[in-house]
Write a protein that binds this ligand. Sequence first.
Ligand code: DOR
Ligand code: ZN
Ligand code: ZN
Length: 429
Amino acid sequence: MTQQVLLRGANVASAHGVEPLDILIEGEHIAAVAPRLAGSAPQAEVIDLTGLTVLPGLIDAHVHLREPGGEHKEDFDSGTRAALAGGVTTVLAMPNTSPPITNCDTFEQANRLAAAKAVCDYGLYIGATADNAAEAASLADRAAGLKMYVGSSTGSLLVDHFAAQIAHFEGYPADRVIAVHAEDEAAVRYYATRGQRRPPICAALSVAYLLALAEQTGRRLHICHVSTRAELDLIRETKARGVPVTCEATPHHLFLTLEAEARIGALAVCNPPLREQADVDALWANLDVLDIVATDHAPHTLDEKRGEQPPSGMPGLETMLPLLLTAVHEGRLTLPDVVRLTATRPAEIFGLGRKGRIEPGCDADLTVVDLSARWTLGDAPLYTRCGWTPFAGREVRGRVERVYLRGRQVFDGERVLAGPGTGQPVIDS
Ligand code: DOR
Ligand code: ZN
Ligand code: ZN
């Protein structure tokens, strides 16, 4: 008989509410969710979670795991351990590696590395280049999505000309996601020559352009890391007309302002940059326009960050959930908002049918948290190989106590219990 585990007595959070419920796990799946299930599963191993809260395992749709080519910063092993420690059970990994993931060979290579090393479930993006529209489209069924950098960032990927952009928009399947790094390359360069680093207009110009391109071609645009009021206004208006565009915000754009650059220097430098308070306030005031929160986990070593030309980006996998739970504690978000933004919506957007919900038949990916635990980010050792967090010293409310991945306990609050190769691909159509 398939092994049964009964999680008893926890508050179970969904996108709709929070209720005291028991969860019966059978093998890799959720078999039942209801009050007082003990009688119906006499054989089950019972785990008492009284006083704790269970969320669907988080799905982080935007991570940079650096493999191949950047293993000194992170790899599939260290990055997915960081994910589990942060309550994230599925990651979608970006293609700006060395070499970048832009064709069948590199896509196969990255899939082999992930299969051998990942400890959480994963999907991989394919990167758009000036001339790979046909090959990228041929991989669409097996990719998390197409990632297009219309403005340059870390790595060599860049598609900043109309002919190449429209070839991708017209060639990529209409039911698959085209995720964009939306900063206008010409504007980025123009402002750089004037000593200004990627001001908000760079993002607004690019988002307006991409929304028009997506509407014209009928493609499923997903706008990564929105950071300004102007982007949100454009996206709200386009959504209101029924265009199926989606967008994400990062924890660093929600919980830090440009002031952090003065405080922690290059550690706070990222693309798009951190913004002034008014733009941060606009993210919080427009949570209904935001589809998902994703980390843009972008590890670089402290040596690199302290060097002459510090690379852009910061890690986020281990800090996203405690930051969001702290916002819940402060009344700025609800627990159902957190579930919607980090599990239910990402599963819907990326077509992960068995993920993101605590319901019979779904994968038993569960993140158990203690909402009352009070601790300080950066005090405990981190799993990310880069070893630092821009949030060090911040007191938070809410800690990950246990994580289950497809029915198996993979994190106990301190240690990752899963070994390399535990992770499975989530895109299998
Ligand atoms: O800050 C960033 N870092 N923005 C990006 O777009 C890429 C990322 C990275 O890969 O380092
Ligand atoms: Zn980006
Ligand atoms: Zn990114």
